[in-house]
Design a protein around this ligand. Sequence first.
Ligand code: NAD
Ligand code: UDP
Length: 316
Amino acid sequence: MSTTTRAVVTGGAGFLGSHLCERLLERDVSVICMDNFLTGTPHNLIHLLGRPGFQVVECDLTDFVHVSGPVDLVLHFASAASPVDYLKLPLETLKVGAIGTMHALGLAREKNARFVLASTSEVYGDPLRHPQREDYWGNVNPVGPRSVYDEAKRYAEALTTAYRHSRDVDTAIVRIFNTYGPRMRPHDGRAIPTFIRQALAGEPLTVAGDGTQTRSICYVDDTVEGVLALAFSEHEGPVNIGNGSETTILDLARTIRGLAGSPSSIQFVPRPVDDPSVRCPDVGLARRLLGWAPRTAPEEGLARTIAWFADRLARV
Ligand code: NAD
Ligand code: UDP
C-alpha cells in the first residue's frame, strides 16, 4: 500500500478506537475520529485534543458520512462491543454493523483508501471447533439475543468482501478476540472491567455459571499492534488477532482478585443465554502473514489495567 498520511477511525472515542488514534498519531499519521459517543466518550481523547493532525467529528455512521480532503486509510471500529451494551442497543448495533459499515466502505471507495473492518471472534459463535481458525464458519444462533452483534458483524464481513470484489476497494478484515486494558468503562459489563471494579471495591466477583467457560485475553497494546500490522500490509484476511492461551473465567476472576490484593468472595450468577463455552484463537496466520504475536503476559497486562482502574476510580 502507498504511504498512509491521513486516516479515519470510526468509533475512535471508544476503548480500542482511542488507542488506535493515539498510536497512529505517534506514527505521524493525521487522524479524523468519527464517533457518536454512544458507548465511547470524548474523555478517552482528552490527551490527544490539540495535537497537530488530530480532529474529532461527532457524527452517527448510520447517517450520511462526509470527509473533506484525502483519506488513505479507514479503520471501521464503530459498534457497541460489550454484550451488556449491545443487548441494550439491539437496533443501533445492527444498524451500525450494516448501514454504518456500508457508509464507511463508501467513504473508502470515494477516497480510494484502504479499509479495515473490526470484526470479532463472535462470528464463530459458540464454536464447535477449538481453537478457532479463520477457515471455520462458526456456530451462531441467528435469532438468539447475541445475534444482533454476531450477525451484524457477519453481514459486515460479507459486505466488506463484496466491496472488495465488485467495487475494487482495498479491504481487510480483522477478527479481534477479547481485548482488555486502560479506558474500558468500569460498568461496561465485560468480565475484566467488572471483576476489577468489584475486586477494588471489595465486592463479590460475579462469575457466570460455574466459571468453566473459557476465553483468551489480549492486552490492548498487542491488539492495536496487530490491527495496524494488518492495516499497513496488503493482506485481506480475515486474520485472527488475540492471545493463543486460554483461561477459565473462574481462574480469571481469581487472578484479578489476587493481583488486586482483594478480600472479595466469588459469587456465582446465572450464565447469559448463548454465552460461548470456549473461545481461543489460532493465531498462526497472523504470525505467518504479519510477523505478529502478542507480547504482554496476562499478569503484566492485568496489573497495568488494575492500576489504571484504581487511579481512575479514586478520582470519581
Ligand atoms: P467501545 O464500545 O468502547 O467503542 C465503540 C465506539 O463506537 C464507541 O466510541 C461508540 O460511541 C462508537 N459508535 C457506536 N455506534 C456508532 C455510530 N452509529 N456512529 C458513530 N460511532 C458509533 O468498544 P470497543 O471495545 O472499543 O470495540 C471497538 C470495535 O472493536 C467494535 O467494532 C468491536 O466490535 C470490535 N471488537 C472489540 C473487541 C474487544 O475485546 N474490545 C473484540 C472484538 C471486536
Ligand atoms: N462474565 C462473568 N461475569 C461478569 C461478566 C462476564 O462471569 O460479570 C462471563 C461471561 O458470561 C462470559 C465471559 O465472562 O462467559 C466473558 O464475558 P465478556 O462479556 O467479557 O465477553 P464475551 O466474550 O462474552 O463477549
